[in-house]
Ligand binder design. Structure first.
Ligand code: NAI
Ligand code: MG
Length: 363
């Protein structure tokens, strides 16, 4: 059951990172108090903050702390101060991409959630976006982005280039299996998105998926070409439950998915290796509003909710966080990024307080 003690590595990072992380930790502490769960928070350095203090974007001590923890909660990294460093020692590549690699976080989960309280946030018509609840699963450590790349000259003397799309059976199996597991716990629908009409790799994914399907007879499996999926996400997004796809298609589709729901300040994410995971908002460090107590902490708070669900076996407690967020929105409180006529502007800190109070006061 969900009692802990849970060891959480907290990595505030840069820009608004420390501000939003503070509110997410506040909410977890309130939940712990309400439900008798023990959280042990360890703090570590990543990104520009780590460069300033240790000279590197991902210090060894941060990795060691991560190894001893149940999950990682991260704010965001990067900012103009570190933009002129060589790419590999910049916060984004040397910090964030590296920590994903070090912990082999092969599955990136991004929910696309409709918030009925934010009617005008979505670019889609209300009758299309209403009720949308999609979980996108992107393979994160293989495929085209990590295959061999090279430039060469053809026999005709023309410049040419190769990028390699490579997946092993094991890499496909683990992420597809996760997709089935997640679908089973949700509405039982899984869509594998690919380009099997032209790509051999897609046919390979389908063969493996057909085998795994036998173990999940209660999950309804369908296949969809990626170009069609890009359209369907806009035309009829309610048809989807869990979507699983390879790295590059997932990169593009998750960005498309993120605008469906509205504000970037609302969407959480998880990057998993089995039960272990790194949880972070999908947005960046927002240097333009850093240090002004203006940022929306809800994406980070909802990321903490995902952590409870996927790494800590606390599904009911995850739901409690989601309900508290919805209740606060329902009462009309908004940070600047989601402010609408007739709603009440609150600071980052006040938003965290409101969610924490909702958890402590609610049943
Ligand atoms: P960004 O997501 O930081 O900001 C884009 C816009 O959205 C800005 O106007 C910002 O003020 C706003 N915004 C973002 N999060 C918000 C929040 N929680 N509440 C209210 N408004 C919010 O993306 P941008 O500007 O492209 O990148 C800024 C820095 O962040 C760069 O150094 C970039 O490399 C880094 N970055 C880091 C990521 C990460 O740590 N996962 C992801 C994306 C960018
Ligand atoms: Mg992207």
């Amino acid at each position: 059951s969900c009692k802990g003690p849970f060891k959480i590595l907290v990595l505030p990072g840069d820009g608004i990172g420390p501000e939003i992380i503070k509110e997410a930790v506040k909410v977890l502490k309130a939940l712990g108090e309400k439900k008798g769960i023990t959280f042990n928070f360890q703090y570590g350095l990543i990104g520009g903050a780590a460069i300033d203090e240790r000279g590197v974007p991902l210090p060894e001590e941060t990795v060691e702390l991560g190894n001893q923890c149940d999950a990682i909660l991260l704010g965001a990294v990067g900012g103009p101060k570190w933009d002129n460093l060589p790419p590999e020692i910049r916060p984004e590549l040397g910090g964030l991409l590296k920590i994903r690699k070090v912990f082999d976080l092969y599955a990136n989960l991004r929910p696309v959630m409709f918030f009925p309280e934010l009617k005008n946030a979505s670019p889609l018509k209300p009758d299309i976006i209403e009720g949308v609840d999609i979980l996108m699963v992107r393979e994160l450590t293989g495929g085209l982005y990590f295959g061999e790349k090279k430039r060469f000259t053809t026999e005709q003397g023309e410049q040419a280039v190769i990028d390699t799309l490579i997946y092993t059976e094991k890499e496909v199996e683990r992420v597809v299996r996760l997709g089935f597991e997640l679908a089973q716990k949700r509405r039982g629908k899984l869509t594998l998105v690919d380009k099997a009409n032209v790509l051999e790799s897609s046919r390979f994914w389908r063969e493996i998926t057909e085998e795994i399907k036998k173990e999940y007879p209660d999950v309804e499996l369908s296949y969809m070409y990626v170009d069609n999926c890009a359209m369907q996400l806009i035309r009829n997004p309610r048809q989807f439950d869990v979507i699983v796809t390879e790295n590059m298609f997932g990169d593009i589709l998750t960005d498309e998915g993120s605008v469906l729901a509205g504000s970037i300040g609302l969407l959480p994410s998880a990057s998993l290796n089995g039960k272990f995971g790194l949880y972070e908002p999908i947005h960046g460090s927002a240097p333009d509003i850093a240090g002004q107590n203006k940022a929306n902490p809800l994406a980070t708070i909802l990321s903490a909710g995902m952590m409870l669900r996927y790494s800590l076996d606390c599904p009911e407690e995850a739901l409690l966080i989601e309900k508290a967020v919805k209740a606060v929105l329902q009462k009309g409180y908004r940070t600047g990024d989601i402010l609408e006529p007739g709603t009440t502007l609150v600071t980052c800190e006040e938003m965290g307080d409101l969610v924490a109070e909702e958890i402590l006061g609610g049943v």
